[in-house]
Ligand binder design. Structure first.
Ligand code: SF4
Length: 458
């Protein structure tokens, strides 16, 4: 079994609660700013006392779509000491108006921060990651301390010189890095995929299984609250695209078509779009695995709960099975749109959804793997080109499409003969990585090509 470079991500780092619209451009920068705040509060008093302001420079994809993705507001929230899950949406969306100036307490001093302190440095991609930001503690125009952060997707961050700020040093019960490792353990221990992830989570976090189950229930609640809020809302989404919400009208259509065979697909579309529209509005969502893709798993689990009547235990286990797929992609390719294009976000969410559906339907591990593989296979090469830099077009409908593909991947896998499956999950994840590496940076969350150029007035 794999003993080094094992996956040490917690289920609750993959499924994170926070404000939309983008985990890499909103939650990641917020966590970087919060980390920077903690560091400058540790500085000697003689340095703190001469500091005057905090300056931030955003590079690469963060510079290209940062305003539309709320990166400046996220940094302000982090510097004001907020964790993503603590952000009240209306407070968050009010941040960084033109004349705003914030006083950030460090030691006995307070430094200023506001819109003038943020620079979007477009066109520079020479850093180790396309989502790079610099935070500087200043004395006038003289930097006193500087940190470089990379927002590596799904709200995960890394500081220059560190392997990962998310890395958990505790020992895993079952060290693994590939699906092939996972299958070996399942065979040896005679356990399910959900039980495997649950036991690893216990060893990683030190929490009891009851407490992990409670947290999973809370994650499901946050997901389903987003679906319900989205179904109850209407009107225009924020930003210059002027896109109208449509989840509520889709839901109404589903009710009108209740006797039609298409009705459940209309409802699935409505649920996915509802959560995704909440993300686009900057409201609280759950990364699954990212904020841009935060409609797929909530939509599917809401459908499974309200239409298929799966119980809470089964949905919890389904989330754990889905997490296994998210871990494997994050570890062996990337879940960042700025690295992999949309196949890294919606493609991964769809594969997680396919695994969730297959697990809950009682499929064996080979079928679960095949379902996840099929879902990724048919997202390969999918670019990220959001119009106006907003997580709206194509993102919202893409969540619905990702969920429908997840459903079909489950059907294809569960009705086929797994002995005939030619491509493994590990192989398709390697292909995703190679395809993402080859993809032009114009199609990686920069809004410089593709659909982003099709609406000129945004
Ligand atoms: S196109 Fe896909 S990857 Fe890009 S912002 Fe939208 S959901 Fe995220």
């Amino acid at each position: 079994m794999k003993q080094t470079e094992s996956i040490t991500t917690s289920v609750f780092d993959l499924f994170k609660v926070g404000p939309g619209p983008s985990s890499s451009h909103t939650i990641g920068p917020m966590k970087a700013a919060l980390d920077f705040l903690h560091r400058i509060r540790q500085l000697p008093p003689e340095i703190q006392s001469i500091a005057t302001s905090i300056d931030v420079i955003l590079y690469g994809s963060l510079a290209a779509t940062g305003k539309g993705h709320g990166s400046d507001r996220a940094i302000a929230a982090g510097l004001l000491g907020k964790q993503p899950e603590e952000c009240e949406p209306s407070w968050f969306s009010s941040l960084m108006s033109d004349n705003d100036r914030y006083q950030i307490a460090i030691g006995a001093n307070a430094v200023t921060f506001g819109p003038d302190n943020v620079r979007f440095e477009k066109g520079k991609f020479h850093f180790p990651h396309p989502n790079t930001l610099h935070l500087r503690l200043m004395n006038g125009i003289m930097p006193l301390m500087e940190e470089e952060y990379y927002s590596i997707g799904g709200g995960f961050i890394r500081r220059k010189g560190e392997s990962s700020l998310e890395q958990n040093p505790k020992m895993l019960r079952y060290p693994f890095s590939t699906m092939s490792d996972v299958k070996e353990y399942l065979l040896q221990e005679e356990i399910t995929l959900a039980e495997f992830i649950l036991r690893n989570e216990e060893s990683l976090t030190g929490w009891s299984r009851e407490s992990i189950c409670e947290k999973l229930d809370s994650i499901l609640k946050f997901m389903h609250d987003a679906v319900q809020r989205g179904l109850a809302a209407d009107g225009e989404l924020p930003g210059t695209v002027k896109l109208n919400r449509k989840a509520a009208s889709l839901f109404k259509k589903g009710e009108e078509m209740a006797r039609s065979q298409d009705a459940f697909l209309i409802f699935l579309n409505a649920y996915c779009e509802a959560a995704s529209e909440e993300n686009a509005a900057g409201n609280i969502v759950v990364t699954a695995p990212t904020s841009g893709a935060s409609g797929v798993i909530p939509g599917l689990t809401y459908l499974m709960k309200t239409h298929f009547h799966y119980d809470q235990k089964k949905l919890r286990e389904g989330l754990l099975a889905a997490a296994a797929i998210g871990f494997l992609v994050k570890h062996n390719a990337s879940i960042s749109g700025a690295e992999m294009g949309c196949m890294g976000e919606i493609g991964t969410a769809s594969a997680m959804g396919a695994a969730l559906l297959s697990f809950c339907a009682g499929c064996d591990i080979n079928t679960i793997e095949a379902a996840a593989e099929i879902a990724i296979e048919h997202h390969l090469g999918m670019t990220c080109d959001p119009i106006g830099g907003y997580v709206q077009i194509p993102c919202i409908e893409r969540n619905a499409m990702g969920a429908v593909k997840a459903y079909n991947a489950y059907l294809l896998a569960s009705s086929g003969n797994q002995a005939h499956q030619k491509i493994s999950l590990d192989s398709v994840i390697k292909v995703m990585k190679a395809t993402g590496d080859d993809m032009s940076k114009k199609y990686k969350e920069t809004s410089e090509a593709g659909l982003a150029l099709s609406v000129t007035e945004c």
